[in-house]
Design a protein. Structure first.
Lengths: 314, 593
């Protein structure tokens, strides 16, 4: 396990380095002068010169590169060209808000998905299974923005039980926060939960007919124990791998969901930055999201590994 | 009283022991495509206290379904009729809770493949403890201590350490021992063992069967053993129930069944079994080494009576007619980044003359298949040379290797997996011809018809698909495909081990006839010494990737020189209870030595 952990950590570091380098190059690859591109047509020579200075565009390529990494290690992600505030001032809060959405959705999707998958598998080819399979197809096929918009229309306007509110943090007003959390989380959960339900169902249908499940029955174990301890436990291996992939999709969907529900996460920051060509902010957000994805994959791999003792020697 | 004496006493005891398990007129139907299809019809048999009853039959005979029905473990939508009584309790239709009381505690099961029958994500200790704790109120620590005790009883080395091992960390034999430990954890009155040794090497099989007899003796449990191997039957059973196509065709005490089988099917089944060589002469027993003439067996049925083909005769061709020459072959599978590789073959030398069959035997993991793969270039030789018809193939690659490949071909173990399910068998057989541009479509078509007739399949079957054929027929197709290019050398990797004995016998006969007629040289890889003796001129014995013995087949198998080969030969059970008892005695002495 230690060896695996070390290799995997080294890989993660390499991935982060690659992403950082791409982000660094991204700005430098813009045709013409990035500072002028950022400021637009009407900018004066003076403004352009000053922006070139803040973006360190006057240094040599090599020193720009090392400077970029050096500042990154000091936690300096640059200064927004629009607000002139350091990116680090806004990013953590925004990232926190986004991660809240993602993690809450993930926990619900996994719990519910595994539960429903188990129900479907143990009642295979019965009405409950048919209903769940049909429901999951529905959940998978509907795009996030359609679900989001529909939910918003129905519950915020037609039956206004969850009307749009100003964003409040959980420490300002937990109840209000919970209220505004519901719709975006439901939207995000729908698709992921459907995917995990189907994965669990398929994996369990396989493990339920496995020889070791028959062995467990032959020992005299109660059927519920057989299902939980033997069929479900081993079915979790493929489900855990799939969940890691699903989490990456979830992070992608968050961008849309945040926009639909006006959630102050990284995506609105990213959207406005892209619209205004605020390069330092774009760089910072891309880097942060990439770091999260890499971290998530690392944790996912470790979880899968911990669940399967056979992986130890492979 | 010694174990052997107790057993023979039990055998001679004329009165039938009190029946513990009584199956009466059991029928099991499966729902296939909306219709009830019978799998088992009116099956009746009993298992007496402390008795070993063997349920014998080929695949599809319903023996497993019958035994699974006892504990209600038949998968899917099955309909049971008749009666299965355990003492006075009717098990068919018993409620789930009541059935759980019987499962594991009073009737326990041992399954075929311990790798899949044990849960891969739990330690064996946990799985044994689970079996104990679902019938008994006992602390986790107490259950663990009992698990260690049980592992000691079934002869697992270092039980305190092994109790925390996962199934994949144990060898096949150890896994099956762990499975048995689990089965005996509740001191069951009946142990149902479903092909308990089929997945194991003969030497391990001998140990496991010995363990089962010991347990029967110590615990007094009755054993219902399901097997297709007549050698195993002769080794352990008191009474035999023969099943065919879902029905019982014969039931008799083991001695009578082998001496005077009544039913035609039983006779055929017994005749189909290739007989392993007689037990090796034991200098320790005889005192003096046997004279060459003494090695000639008297009681053992010779192979020719088994499949009606005389054994290989004649002298092997001289050196210059060598088809395959393997010199100092080493194969190492590379380890993952920065890790040591695994050396599967250590400096092996082999030669096969023109038209000669070399049997390559050894336990699983001994490197037999790796050598076969290295010869055809599927595994890379790390050192040494492999010359086929005078050309070193280890140095060939790409285009030149492809041009050379028609010189040899391969028959694989599982014909179901080695034929493309989407190609008709005619297309599969024609593929080597077309790929190597040896024939155009029309010529290939004619050749396919010819080949199909050679393997005794109707030529008009060319349009059929693998799933429409039985296992034996598929393997004939595999052989036809291998012969399409008239190879000089054929590599056959356990070609009959996936087949039933009666099917195996016909495939082996066909193989012998083709080899005689076409005269190809053959590297025949097998774990079954009976099969090897039947086909091979020479035998090479492998142990842990090293050649330990090599020589004319009959000599090696009847008069082995090395300990390893002796053990291998002694461990293979023969389908004859009297002889097998003698072999078992020899085996015990060898194991004790």
């Amino acid at each position: 396990m230690r060896r695996f952990l070390l290799t995997r950590l080294a890989q993660a570091v390499l991935q982060l380095f690659a992403v950082g380098t791409i982000v660094f190059l991204l700005v430098r690859l813009i045709p013409g002068d990035p500072a002028r591109a950022a400021l637009g047509e009407g900018a004066t020579e003076e403004q352009v010169a000053q922006t070139r200075e803040t973006m360190h565009l006057n240094d040599s390529f090599v020193s720009q590169f090392f400077g970029f990494w050096g500042r990154l290690f000091q936690g300096d992600l640059g200064t927004s060209l629009l607000s002139s505030r350091p990116v680090m001032q806004d990013l953590p809060d925004r990232l926190g808000n986004s991660l809240e959405l993602v993690l809450v959705s993930l926990i619900i999707a996994v719990t519910l998905g595994v539960l429903l998958g188990r129900v479907a598998a143990t009642r295979a080819d019965k009405p409950a299974d048919h209903a769940l399979v049909a429901g999951s197809i529905f959940g998978i096929s509907l795009p996030v923005f359609v679900v989001g918009t529909l939910l918003l229309m129905v519950f915020a306007f037609l039956v206004p039980i969850l009307p749009p509110q100003r964003f409040t943090t959980p420490w300002q007003d937990p109840v209000a926060h919970l209220q505004i959390l519901i719709l975006p989380v439901v939207t995000l959960t729908a698709a992921s939960c459907a995917v995990i339900t189907r994965m669990t169902r398929a994996a369990m249908l396989e493990t339920l007919s496995a020889d070791y499940v028959r062995t467990a029955r032959s020992k005299g174990l109660a059927e519920q124990r057989v299902i939980k301890d033997h069929a479900l436990r081993t079915a979790l291996l493929p489900v855990a791998s799939a969940t890691t992939v699903e989490l990456t999709t979830l992070i992608g969907s968050t961008v849309l969901v945040e926009t639909i529900f006006g959630w102050p996460g990284v995506s609105s920051l990213l959207m406005s930055a892209v619209g205004q060509r605020d390069y330092p902010v774009i760089q910072a957000v891309v880097l942060a999201v990439a770091a999260v994805v890499i971290l998530v994959n690392l944790v996912g791999d470790l979880v899968v590994r911990a669940l399967d003792p056979r992986a130890e020697e492979a | 009283m010694t174990g052997a004496a107790a057993e023979s006493a039990a055998e001679q005891d004329g009165a039938a022991p009190e029946a513990v398990l009584c199956v009466e007129r059991l029928s099991v139907d499966f729902r296939v495509a909306g219709e009830w299809t019978p799998a088992v019809r009116d099956v009746s048999f009993t298992v007496g206290r402390g008795e070993v009853v063997a349920l014998v039959g080929e695949s599809g005979s319903g023996k497993s379904v019958s035994s699974m029905s006892v504990l209600g473990l038949v998968a899917g939508s099955a309909r049971h009729r008749g009666s299965i009584r355990f003492h006075d309790t009717e098990l068919l239709g018993l409620g789930h809770e009541a059935l759980r009381e019987v499962r594991g505690k009073r009737i326990a099961m041992i399954f075929q493949e311990p790798m899949t029958a044990l849960n891969p994500v739990y330690t064996i200790g946990r799985q044994i403890a689970e079996a104990i704790r679902c019938h008994e109120k006992i602390s986790a620590a107490g259950a663990r201590a009992r698990a260690i005790e049980l592992l000691t009883k079934v002869g697992i080395p270092e039980p305190e350490r092994r109790v925390d091992s996962y199934p994949h960390q144990l060898s096949g034999g150890q896994r099956q021992r762990a499975m048995i430990a689990m089965a005996i954890s509740g001191n069951p009155e009946v142990i149902i063992a479903d092909e308990p040794t089929t997945a194991l090497d003969v030497t391990v099989q001998a140990e496991i069967l010995e363990l089962l007899r010991g347990l029967r003796r110590d615990l007094g449990s009755a054993v219902l053993i399901i097997t297709h191997d007549m050698g195993v039957v002769a080794d352990v059973a008191d009474r035999v129930v023969v099943m065919k196509e879902g029905e019982v065709v014969e039931e008799a005490p083991v001695g009578r069944l082998f001496a005077a089988p009544e039913h035609e099917y039983t006779r055929r089944l017994l005749a189909a079994v290739p007989k392993p060589p007689p037990p090796p002469a034991m200098p320790s027993l005889a005192g003096v080494p046997p004279l060459p003439g003494e090695a000639e067996p008297v009681a053992v049925t010779r192979p020719e009576t088994a499949v009606g083909v005389p054994p290989p005769t004649g002298a092997w061709p001289a050196g210059e007619d060598t088809t395959l020459r393997v010199r100092d072959l080493e194969v190492e599978y590379p380890g993952r980044l920065g890790r040591k590789g695994f050396k599967a073959v250590h400096g092996v030398d082999l030669t096969i003359g023109k038209g000669e069959v070399l049997g390559l035997v050894g336990e699983s993991g001994s490197g037999k298949s790796t050598i076969g793969r290295a010869v055809v270039g599927l595994a890379r030789a790390t050192a040494g040379s492999v010359e086929v018809c005078g050309t070193d193939v280890t140095g060939l690659s790409g285009r030149r290797l492809r041009a050379f490949r028609p010189t040899y071909s391969m028959v694989f173990q599982d014909p179901g997996a080695s034929l493309n399910p989407r190609l008709s068998i005619g297309d599969s057989i024609a593929a080597p011809l077309l790929v190597n541009r040896r024939a155009d479509r029309a010529a290939a078509h004619a050749r396919v018809a010819e080949l199909l007739e050679q393997v005794e399949l109707p030529a008009h079957w060319a349009g059929r698909f693998p799933h429409e054929l039985s296992g034996g027929q598929r393997q004939r197709v595999g052989i036809a495909r291998a012969l399409a290019l008239e190879p000089e050398l054929l590599i056959a990797d356990e070609p009959t081990s996936a087949l039933d004995v009666s099917v195996q016998a016909t495939v082996l006969r066909l193989f012998r006839e083709l080899q005689d007629r076409l005269g190809f040289a053959c590297l025949f890889i097998s774990h079954d010494l009976g099969v090897v003796e039947l086909l091979a001129h020479e035998v090479a014995v492998l142990q842990n990737g090293r050649l330990v013995e090599h020589g004319p087949a009959r000599e090696v198998l009847t008069n082995p020189r090395t300990e390893y080969t002796k053990r291998l030969v002694a461990a293979a059970p023969v389908p004859d209870p009297v002889q097998q008892a003698e072999r078992r005695r020899l085996w015990r002495e060898m194991a004790a030595a």
